[in-house]
Write a protein that binds this ligand. Structure first.
Ligand code: SF4
Length: 370
């Protein structure tokens, strides 16, 4: 069954130099036309399941005007929402006015904002401006309006970044005392403005030091490093993201959005022109049982708790150990196995992708998986 929805809002007031997301500069009439198409897409695809998590991402959803946000939430209101449905919206500090916060406080129960870095030297590298005073003011306003479930993103391994810069960013986040923090290492995507500038990247050794510094400081402050890039205070895990990491189904609406449905993954075209014209251009990937099992491994090992063996057995009617001979990796110390879980050993989480590849290599030829 499908219980989760992702909605993509591709508009931004400013384009950051490293950004590879599906986005365009905000334009009021384009945004109105986009919302018209979004209504049609939801009507066409949504099968009236109970929805337990919604994530409104982008782009920058808060770049919409108040009237456009109100239209967006008429779409959200058309879903059959579970009483405790987690509704997250992404925002940036600049476009988040008090008027929008007051409205969103009636409509969402979680918000995710990008700080990225407070260093002005590094902000100029990624072409962003986030003022510490504005960040503090907006966080305080969100709390005044009872939006307490706040995620802040930071980015590290930026060209020219030092350990002291990372420490200053983390200290700043800690001073805000939010329940959830995401920390991403910069990935230089080919066709972005930043990659064209050919910046000198930091060394892998420094990248690892930054990863471990962030982990040490956040864990010391009471955050649980529950997913390779995500930290939460107790009880504040991101329910929608857990849907991805436990390989559950979800709808994706909007330009470039992907839906994971039983037996298939459907990804809308990234062309806004086609989307606005109502042209149904998408890629469909058939997901076999073996594909689903591989995704389960790839996403499940991202979690500190790892893969739930009982849930795996229930879903695929076969034990994990009958699909993969991963014991050799347990013996090497790359994995740990408990009664119910198989997980990547903490010291190897930094090289997670390498461990995942080695895990997949232990596949056992098995008729059940064909
Ligand atoms: S605000 Fe976010 S989506 Fe928009 S350009 Fe910057 S990084 Fe990309």
């Amino acid at each position: 069954m499908i219980h989760s929805v992702y909605i993509h809002i591709p508009f931004c007031k400013h384009i950051c130099s490293y950004c590879d997301f599906c986005k365009v500069l905000y334009d009021s009439s384009l945004a109105d036309a986009y919302l018209d198409q979004l209504v049609l897409e939801v009507k066409e695809k949504y099968q009236h399941e109970e929805i337990r998590t919604i994530y409104i991402g982008g782009g920058t959803p808060s770049s919409l005007t108040l009237a456009q946000l109100q239209r967006l939430f008429t779409i959200i209101d058309s879903f059959q929402l579970a009483a405790d449905c987690e509704i997250t919206i992404e925002a940036n500090f600049d476009s988040l006015t008090e008027e929008k916060i007051a409205y969103l406080s009636q409509k969402v129960n979680r918000i995710s904002l990008g700080v990225e870095t407070i260093s002005s030297k590094l902000q100029s590298v990624i072409d962003r401006v986030e003022l510490q005073t504005d960040i503090r003011k907006k966080i305080s306003l969100l709390r005044q309006y009872q939006i307490n479930n706040i995620n802040l993103d930071i980015m590290y391994a930026l060209p020219g970044e030092t350990l002291a810069d990372v420490e200053a960013d983390v200290d700043f986040l800690l001073s805000l005392d939010v329940p959830h923090i995401s920390a991403y290492s910069l990935i230089l995507e080919d066709h972005t403005l930043l990659s064209l500038q050919k910046p000198k990247l930091i060394s892998e050794e420094l990248d690892e030091k930054m990863y471990r510094l962030i982990e040490t400081k956040l864990e010391k402050a009471g955050y649980h490093h529950y997913e390779v890039s995500n930290y939460a205070k107790p009880g504040s895990y991101a329910c929608h993201n857990l849907v991805y990491w436990t390989n559950q189904y979800y709808y994706g609406f909007g330009v470039g959005a992907a839906s994971y449905l039983p037996g298939k993954r459907i990804t809308n075209s990234r062309s806004l022109t086609k989307y606005l014209q109502g042209i149904k251009d998408y890629e469909q990937e058939i997901i076999t049982n073996q594909d689903a099992i591989e995704y389960e491994i790839i996403v499940g090992l991202r979690l500190a708790s790892g893969i739930d063996k009982q849930a795996f057995m229930k879903r695929y009617q076969i034990p994990l150990s009958a699909c993969y001979a991963y014991q050799s990796l347990v013996e090497k110390g790359l994995l740990e196995e408990t009664k119910n879980h198989v997980l990547v050993t903490k010291s190897y989480q930094y090289v997670l992708n390498e461990v995942i590849l080695q895990f997949l290599d232990t596949k056992i030829a098995n008729k059940c998986l064909e």
